[in-house]
Design a protein around this ligand. Structure first.
Ligand SMILES: C[S@@+](CC[C@H](N)C(=O)[O-])C[C@H]1O[C@@H](n2cnc3c(N)ncnc32)[C@H](O)[C@@H]1O
Length: 224
């Protein structure tokens, strides 16, 4: 029987209330993962702009602000409910966090605007061609010498093949199934991720954390 595909924002709207608990129970080595995500900004003493794409309820914010208290975070998400839950949970951070409802697929991200762009657990929803376009936008929006940090669900090549097969099965014959609009999990291998990030100009791309299911990559935009 064909599985029902859920529209992305509604999928997360419907799960916003129990989301943090779900992640704590399901992310392998939860604390280690979020600490690794914040590691590249650790010790930064300057004020800097950090754009967090698909920030959800902002699970990563306390880790980022502990590592870099001067960071000014703009969290962007497509789900109103996730933002509302996050804004309640993190109100003590005050103006260090700004929330923006929007889509990093369809909204402009700007040109050379941010020292740091980050995404966590959100990019595994896109197929290769769509992801490459998003990475190009991110590359353009990072300042020269800046970084893009990506933490995500990344898998073995066997699991990648299985996820792709499932993806094709789900979208096949589904009227109007636009990539990035529906909630589909299409995790890739770390190697494919590195290749994709390099293909838009990031260099080097370092793997700073890796388990059997998750990884954190740091992609640098060259200084000139
Ligand atoms: C699994 S959650 C991750 C949230 C958070 N970054 C974390 O690590 O817990 C994925 C988030 O990405 C958001 N999202 C998916 N596609 C998006 C898009 N095109 N633009 C903005 N947010 C998006 C979802 O609404 C959801 O809140």
């Amino acid at each position: 029987m064909k599985e029902k595909i859920e529209e992305m924002a509604s999928f997360f709207d419907a799960r916003a209330k129990g989301y943090d608990q779900h992640m704590r129970e399901n992310i392998q080595d939860f604390d280690k993962y979020y600490q690794a995500l914040a590691k590249p900004v650790e010790g930064r003493g300057d004020k800097f702009q950090l754009l967090d794409l698909g920030c959800g309820t902002g699970l990563e914010f306390p880790y980022l602000l502990a590592a870099a208290p001067q960071a000014l975070i703009k969290g962007m998400d497509i789900s109103d409910e996730m933002i509302q839950e996050g804004a309640k949970a993190h109100r003590t951070f005050g103006e260090r966090i700004q929330w923006a409802r929007g889509s990093y697929v369809t909204d402009p991200l700007g040109k050379s605007e941010y020292e740091v762009i980050l995404s966590s657990m959100t990019m595994h929803h896109f197929f290769i061609s769509e992801k490459r376009k998003i990475y190009q936008k991110i590359f353009d929006a990072v300042k020269l010498g800046g970084i893009y940090i990506e933490g995500d669900y990344m898998v073995s090549s066997d699991a990648e093949v299985a996820a792709l097969a499932r993806y094709y099965e789900q979208v096949e014959n589904y009227e109007g199934a636009e990539i990035g609009k529906f909630h589909l999990d299409i995790p890739f291998t770390v190697e494919r991720q590195v290749m994709l990030l390099k293909s838009v100009g990031f260099d080097p791309v370092r793997v700073i954390y890796r388990t059997t299911t998750n990884a954190v990559l740091v992609a640098s935009k060259p200084k000139e």
